[in-house]
Ligand binder design. Structure first.
Ligand SMILES: [Zn+2]
Length: 403
């Protein structure tokens, strides 16, 4: 458990992440003086305090890694830890869709955030600038996964659990004061807060003010993005009703949008409502002429019970087992060309990192070819690998002991 100090209090980091409204005043005071919070993840206090940036996102505050200071945190337990040499993706690629800048992320999405006519189409792309050197644009899922990776939410350090409050804090810390399609990130992207009974009104007011800014006039419809945990998708008289966790607000979606989502995100779709899994949604929202909120495009990411991304229900089962056994591991995300050969999971608490492969699609020729290629690669490089081939019982799979 990582402790943090600010404004004369020392509390668990997760307590602050789960209750941002409760600590808003104290964080605001500490932001003014001395201008930072302190991380207490090391067994003995270092001479120079481990400072944390206090940032505002929306109407509340969160803690973020101090620039170039990530390597000083406890590598075993602290979510602010980052190896000094860890290379960021696309750091020198000026045409990349997603770039890390000093204050957050600079993102160009393939989805436009403002459209001229409301009822024309649900999937309008922004017009590409003529010329060969125009900047690439990220699809919704690519963006969601990249933010998850930047936030370190695909890594597990052996904690007993992780809730939405921590995810929210780590996501907004990465998004920062960045830009999305040229607009200020915080104006166009809201990360759902964990609903907190004690300070619910504050969280509600923040969401309401974000949603109120989404306006539709006869000439133009503004759009905004929401990252949240999906609760349910139910058919209704006019299409579908989408419910999210942490809010009673409901959203509508057309049959076309839902059919496209079913088609594009099969594994996630199949697990909606399953107790062992969580489904994260990145939704593009606009307001109908009748003043309802409508989702016009979305991406779904299947996760295990602690919000680690997974590609199938079998991976969910494996990730849940690894968490229950308090293992340290990473779920590598396949975001760029060349990422195809990454393992499904990588155990990092064994003497040598161990690959874990979940071979769940026996019978698919392309998949079987990839499997053979991976097995050859592991043999060649001498990488230890644990294989699980469902429907064999997961409990019978032997995992190497942690070093
Ligand atoms: Zn720390």
């Amino acid at each position: 458990m990582t402790l943090v100090s600010f404004d004369g209090v020392t509390v668990a980091l997760t307590e602050v992440q789960d209750n941002p409204a409760k600590y808003a005043r104290a964080l605001e005071r500490a932001k003014k003086a001395p201008g930072y919070a302190v991380c207490r993840c090391l067994p003995t206090s270092p001479k120079t305090p481990l400072r944390l940036v206090i940032r505002r996102y929306g109407s509340l505050f969160h803690l973020a890694r101090w620039p170039d200071d990530g390597h000083r945190h406890n590598p075993k337990t602290c979510s602010f830890y980052r190896a000094a040499s860890e290379p960021a993706r696309s750091i020198n690629d000026t045409l990349a869709a997603i770039r890390t800048i000093a204050c957050g992320l600079d993102v160009k999405l393939s989805t436009s955030l403002s459209v001229r006519t409301v009822d024309q189409s649900t999937r309008l792309s922004s017009h590409a600038t003529p010329g060969a050197m125009s900047r690439r644009a990220a699809p919704l899922l690519g963006f969601l996964q990249r933010v998850w990776e930047e936030a370190g939410l695909n890594e597990w350090t052996g904690a007993p659990s992780r809730g939405w409050g921590t995810c929210n804090a780590q996501l907004v810390s990465v998004l920062g004061d960045g830009k999305l399609n040229g607009k200020p990130m915080q104006d166009v992207l809201h990360v759902m807060r964990r609903y907190d009974d004690a300070d619910g009104s504050c969280v509600l007011a923040e969401l309401r003010s974000f949603l109120d800014r989404i306006k539709t006039t006869p000439a133009k419809a503004d759009r905004a993005l929401l990252i949240a945990e999906l609760r349910s998708v139910e058919p209704s008289k006019y299409g579908f009703v989408i419910k999210l966790r942490q809010t009673y607000e409901t959203f509508f979606a057309s049959k076309a949008v839902i059919e496209s989502a079913v088609d594009s995100f099969r594994s996630a779709w199949a697990m909606i409502g399953e107790a062992s899994a969580r489904v994260v949604v990145l939704a593009v929202i606009e307001r109908t002429k009748e003043d309802n909120l409508r989702i016009v495009d979305l991406a779904l990411q299947l996760c295990n019970s602690t919000f680690l991304p997974c590609d199938s229900s079998f991976e969910v089962a494996m990730a849940n087992r690894l968490v229950a056994e308090r293992r340290r591991f990473v779920k590598p995300l396949r975001l760029e060309q060349g990422d195809a050969m990454l393992p499904d999971f990588k155990l990092t608490d064994t003497t040598v990192p161990t690959a874990i492969e979940v071979y769940g699609m026996q019978g698919n020729a392309q998949y079987m070819a990839r499997k053979a290629e991976k097995q050859a690669l592991y043999a060649r490089e001498g990488t230890p690998c644990v294989e699980w081939m469902p429907p064999i019982d997961l409990a019978s799979v032997q995992l190497p002991a942690a070093a």
